[in-house]
Design a protein around this ligand. Structure first.
Ligand SMILES: [Zn+2]
Length: 335
């Protein structure tokens, strides 16, 4: 029987105790006064195991932080990708919903990032920017952080208007506005740069320590998006982003890439508006084949494409001779 003193313990703590004991494989008939359980209460629930071995420590890797789109039922984060170079996460492409948590789980260090590129400003590509900046308050990053995103389009906001509405002094999170000032008290400034959303020629505006970033404007339904490319030595990784690719601009950026990370939101037989927003598998395959890539990673998976993997693989393999992978969160691939 439980004594009165034990009954005063919060119910939540008791639940945690029980489940922790289960996880630890310990007997559940220990009493609440057991010193091992006291330790469990104070330490165990806050222990986080981070597996830093997902990507190797030598060479170039692409890690999928978010393989999903905007679904609430797939247990996957939205768009987010890390490029690791010799054990450090140097470039982050997209900051979609859930990507900040996946970033933590990856073992990446926010201080190591050289640059961030956003493909577009829809929720599933950008919503975790406030979460990253909020978390950065505890990190003591000293170097400014370049943040690249789209310039205004006919029907879409540009990066600077978007950040100012969200994080400006009159925005939803005004306490984070300081990060956008050269006099930032947070230790670093987020240096924003908008990339033209209409150009047919690639932007090549960033290079550091042999890592080069480039981007090209793409069409995404009635709006626009950016495809991104990260080059490290001989390795080129192209991220198509969301695009129907009606203007055929992705091909220009992807030429000679080793890896294509393609957004696989629609199946082959898609028609109408959805086709204007996303490429079917055969188009992704064509881009990968023409680029002479080794690997096509299919990400940004949706309920429209899940469950059709066999069919999709057949369609892709009839066009593309390299390897095809269906992405899941946290997977890490090398060329
Ligand atoms: Zn999307």
């Amino acid at each position: 029987m439980l004594g009165l003193s034990r009954l005063r313990r919060p119910l939540l703590a008791m639940t945690v105790l029980w489940s922790s004991a289960q996880v630890l494989g310990e007997s559940t008939d220990m009493t609440m006064d057991d010193p091992r359980l006291a330790r469990t209460v104070t330490e165990r629930p806050f222990e986080v195991v981070i597996d830093r071995r997902a990507c190797g420590t030598r060479g170039v890797y692409v890690q999928v932080l978010g393989a999903g789109a905007d679904d609430l039922g797939d247990a996957q984060a939205s768009s987010g990708y890390l490029v690791w170079v010799d054990g450090k996460a140097r470039v982050l492409i997209d900051m979609g919903t859930g990507s900040a948590l996946r970033f933590e789980e990856s073992g990446a260090d926010f201080k190591d990032l050289y640059a961030v590129g956003l493909s577009q400003l829809h929720v599933e590509h950008s919503a975790d920017l406030p979460a990253f900046l909020q978390g950065a308050a505890n990190i003591r990053r000293k170097e400014d952080l370049p943040l690249f995103g789209p310039a205004p389009g006919e029907k879409t906001l540009g990066l600077k208007t978007w950040t100012s509405r969200l994080l400006g002094p009159n925005g939803a999170y005004p306490h984070l506005a300081d990060y956008f000032s050269p006099f930032s008290q947070g230790g670093f400034e987020v240096q924003q740069e908008e990339i033209e959303s209409a150009n047919r020629r690639p932007w090549r505006g960033f290079r550091r320590d042999g890592i080069a970033l480039s981007a090209i404007a793409t069409d995404h339904g009635q709006g626009t998006s950016l495809a991104w490319r990260v080059d490290v030595g001989e390795v080129g990784i192209t991220f198509t982003g969301d695009t129907g690719n009606r203007r055929q601009t992705v091909k220009t950026l992807a030429e000679g890439s080793t890896i294509i990370v393609g957004h696989h939101a629609v199946p082959e037989n898609v028609r109408g508006f959805a086709r204007d927003e996303h490429m079917p598998p055969s188009q992704l395959a064509k881009i990968a084949e023409e680029a002479n890539a080794n690997l096509l990673i299919l990400s940004h998976r949706t309920p429209r494409t899940r469950g059709r993997e066999l069919q999709t693989r057949r369609e892709i393999e009839s066009v593309f001779k390299g390897a095809v992978l269906f992405a899941n969160d946290m997977e890490c691939w090398e060329p």
